[in-house]
Design a protein around this ligand. Structure first.
Ligand code: ATP
Ligand code: MG
Length: 416
């Protein structure tokens, strides 16, 4: 029999409450910070991601679902949200609106990752982007949005990890310092890291293979290579965080795996987390819009992995409201009663009540059905009820039964 493709998952009815909850709370957090929802297509021109995410990144090198469509267009299933949102920002002239433009999304993403706990090939991100304001107050706002979303969800033990990788102009000197540092260790580097040494040495800091090596600890720090403007921006952000008592941990090895980042980069990790632990990740991307053909325009954003958030909700046993429907079940005995049951269900649904007709079985089996789907109420129609013009209303929690006039059944049900 067919199975869902490796690295994908069905979201079954019993899991939906987590998804509704996260979507609602995340949207509420975003709205509170002034962010409006945007949805972009699930696929885009392949070039959009190659150009922005970066040719040398894991995403572009090994993770994209790219194909030529029947018309010969090279398209890619969206691996991340920022490039698509920036494309839409330019395409629809959002740069003509008051800046910054604050946008959020909640969308499926596709990456040919190695499936394991917390890592899938189709996964979902809630993300936010603020485009058109270079100020450090917006960096703070973005970090606060990520943290407040997790807090509103009821999650605890989330640590903000922060770094600043400087502007494009600060990069050459830092890259040179990194190469100098890593050159004596070239023999230790595997083929991927060897390539990173040549093409994007910052990414060596992020290398999973080198994570335990002693020479990683005293690698040069990007914050020692910031130009005057990036430095002032960084001081301002850290000043806000300190003044507001926002806890954070500086991590000089945090560089992020996408090319477009500048200045502030951050991640949020649960205190009890393994390797696949980051729930949110983001940063500033002041060169991205220009790279897409727009005027120089600063931007900052983050994305949170919904599957990882849900794993944390489960692990921390956060109470999440039910969303499964609990219709009243209409049980019946006999053909005449069945017709009356169908009519009653129709009427109740039109009146806004959730109601289903029990499957054609013995009355006893119909009651079992009602109890197994969690029906709060069973409405029983038999010959006696039909003759009297009433319905027997059974409260499933208390097993109490009472007769209610047919016309009054709606008012006897719990309000929808
Ligand atoms: P990693 O280094 O773990 O591969 P990443 O840098 O590729 O992470 P981002 O591109 O920053 O991840 O994505 C932001 C968030 O999206 C991550 O922090 C994580 O919560 C989630 N995420 C990324 N890739 C996956 C995946 N394959 N499956 C599930 N969630 C993911
Ligand atoms: Mg990845």
């Amino acid at each position: 029999m067919y199975q869902a493709p490796r690295g994908t998952a069905d979201i079954l009815p019993e899991d939906q409450r987590y998804w509704s909850y996260v979507a609602a709370v995340a949207a509420e957090a975003a709205h509170t910070s002034g962010y409006s929802r945007i949805d972009t297509p699930v696929f885009e021109d392949t070039g959009l991601f190659k150009r922005t995410v970066g040719e040398e990144t894991d995403i572009v090198q090994k993770e994209m679902y790219s194909f030529e469509d029947r018309g010969g267009q090279e398209v890619t299933l969206r691996p991340e949200g920022t490039a698509a949102v920036c494309r839409a920002y330019l395409e629809h002239g959002l740069h003509n609106q008051a800046q910054p433009v604050r946008l959020f999304y909640l969308s499926p993403m596709f990456r040919y990752d190695r499936p394991q706990a917390g890592r899938y090939r189709q996964f979902h991100q809630f993300g936010a982007e603020a485009i058109g304001d270079a100020g450090a107050a917006v960096d703070l706002e973005m970090i606060q949005l990520a943290m407040s979303m997790l807090d509103r969800l009821g999650l605890s033990g989330m640590t903000l990890v922060l770094n600043n990788i400087g502007d494009a102009a600060d990069r050459p000197a830092y890259v040179e310092a990194l190469r100098e540092h890593f050159r004596p260790h070239l023999a230790h580097l595997g083929p991927d890291d060897r390539r990173r040494f040549d093409t994007s040495p910052l990414r060596l800091l992020d290398s999973k293979e080198l994570a335990g090596e002693a020479f990683m600890d005293d690698a040069p720090r990007s914050t020692d290579y910031l130009g005057a403007e990036a430095s002032a921006h960084w001081e301002e952000l850290v000043g806000y965080l300190d003044a507001l008592g926002v806890p954070y941990r500086l991590d000089h090895k945090l560089v992020r795996g996408l090319d477009y980042y500048t200045r502030t980069v951050f991640e949020v990790h649960p205190d009890e987390g393994g390797a696949q632990s980051a729930v949110c990740a983001g940063g500033r991307y002041d060169g991205l819009i220009e790279q897409l053909g727009g005027a120089p325009t600063p931007g900052i954003g983050f994305a949170a992995g919904i599957e990882r958030i849900i794993a944390n909700l489960r692990q921390q046993e956060v109470g999440v409201p039910e969303v499964r429907p609990h219709p009243a079940v209409i049980a019946y005995r006999g053909a005449a009663a069945k017709a009356a049951a169908v009519a009653l269900a129709t009427e109740l649904r039109a009146g806004g009540h959730a109601a289903v007709v029990a499957p054609e079985r013995s009355l006893k089996a119909q009651m079992r059905y009602a109890s197994s789907i969690g029906a709060p109420t069973v409405l029983i129609l038999g010959e006696a009820e039909l003759a009297k013009g009433v319905v027997t209303v059974r409260d499933m929690a208390t097993a109490e039964q009472r007769e209610v006039r047919r016309a009054d059944v709606g008012t006897a049900l719990p309000r929808p």
